[in-house]
Design a binder for this molecule. Structure first.
Ligand SMILES: Cc1ncc(COP(=O)(O)O)c(C=O)c1O
Length: 390
């Protein structure tokens, strides 16, 4: 494994410049991803944007196959979009919510999703959080007890932005399958980190960004919508790709997931995401996940042995997002200090995951997110910095 990791680190130009513990924000692109993206842009400059898209048509189409393979879905169920939130919005706002409907969500739901729920609440929809179990993750039996025929949506962040907690997505799916509720899984932090199988999970909608654990360029992501549901979902806005103006006063909507897409897009980014997904699939998602579990477990245990450091990740299974605070040092000061040492982390605040942060009395925590390329030396160096910081 270490030989392979050395090769993968050499193939990651950023490893020479920074200790990157921000893969949950935006990872470091591998060279093949960067090269494919840059080559595409160069080609646009050489022969024109539309002409490049024509030339790359096969590769652009192949991105749907790669994304479908990543999720165990079919290519008709994939929409390529700008980012996770926009994909999520296109599906969420397509649901015909009406007064009295219920939305059930987790305590660790992402802010942008909750903001959309609150917009819907203004139309008489109720928004309810599912209690946590003893691990701080969704209590699946509590969810089962909350279900009735007014539950229109169950929306879960598979792994929250503020910690390594892996929600029991398939167990939640088993409950969702017993009802008519749409099950929306925000897999922004798990795509490229955790093996995903929409059939095993039983979700109806799944969204992700390319730039995070998948290691693609920024500004591209995808939306999966279960085939049987696509035609029931009316996108909040449509353009001439999503639908066709087929008669003077009428139109026909696409019947595949591309009804949720835009005609115009960042084609170079799409190509980059395709290469990034293939790169992950070649390495093998189970192997990536095992390595991330091991890396993050090591970092978490090393950090917890430093005096004054408290780690904050919940869940029975904890993935690549490691969060912590150091007594007497504000999270922002920790991040600023690390930045001066060319170590990348972010500060996760109450504004991203208010239910959870308020429940735990936290306002700001340091988020250090690792990946399979994270080395022992990087973990040592990181812990040294945190140890000496006061
Ligand atoms: C759980 C979760 N959902 C959604 C998002 C939003 O993704 P995007 O910025 O691509 O819309 C993030 C980003 O941090 C996230 O962590």
């Amino acid at each position: 494994v270490s030989v392979e990791i050395d090769r993968l680190r050499r193939e990651t130009p950023g490893c020479e410049h920074v200790i990157h513990f921000n893969h949950a924000g935006s990872s470091l692109m591998p060279a093949p991803v960067r090269d494919a993206t840059v080559r595409y842009i160069e080609r646009e400059a050489e022969i024109g944007g539309y002409e490049t898209a024509d030339e790359y048509q096969e590769q652009l189409e192949a991105v749907y196959d790669s994304t479908a393979r990543l999720l165990n879905a079919s290519r008709n169920e994939i929409a390529i979009v700008e980012n996770a939130t926009r994909g999520w919005d296109m599906a969420f706002y397509a649901v015909a919510f009406s007064s009295g409907d219920r939305i059930l969500t987790s305590h660790s739901e992402y802010a942008s999703n909750v903001l959309a729920f609150y917009q819907m609440r203004e139309r008489g929809v109720s928004v309810e959080t599912i209690p946590n179990d003893e691990y701080g993750q969704v209590d699946v039996s509590a969810l089962a007890a909350m279900m009735d025929n007014r539950v229109k949506a169950i929306s879960i962040s598979h792994m929250p932005t503020n910690g390594g907690l892996l929600q029991p997505a398939a167990e939640i799916g088993a409950v969702a399958r017993q009802s008519k509720a749409i099950y929306i899984l925000d897999a922004c932090q798990t795509a490229g980190q955790v093996p995903l199988d929409v059939e095993a999970i039983g979700c109806d909608v799944l969204t992700a960004s390319g730039r995070k654990f998948l290691r693609s360029p920024r500004g591209v992501g995808f939306l999966y919508v279960r085939e049987s549901l696509i035609e029931q979902l009316n996108p909040p806005f449509i353009d001439l790709l999503a639908a066709r103006w087929t008669s003077r006063d009428g139109y026909t909507m696409r019947t595949d997931a591309r009804r949720f897409e835009n005609w115009e897009r960042n084609f170079a980014g799409v190509i980059g995401m395709g290469v990034a997904i293939d790169y992950a699939l070649d390495l093998g998602m189970p192997a990536i996940w095992q390595r991330i579990l091991e890396r993050s477990g090591l970092l978490r245990s090393r950090l917890s042995s430093i005096p004054g450091v408290q780690t904050h990740d919940l869940g029975e299974i904890k993935g690549g997002i490691v969060t912590f605070t150091k007594e007497g040092v504000p999270a922002r000061a920790v991040a600023d200090h690390l930045k001066r040492q060319k170590i990348n982390v972010v500060v996760s605040t109450v504004f991203s995951t208010r239910f959870d942060m308020e429940d735990r009395g936290l306002s700001e925590i340091v988020r250090a997110s690792v990946h399979y390329i994270t080395s022992d030396e990087e973990i040592d160096r990181f812990c040294e910095e945190i140890n000496f910081l006061s």
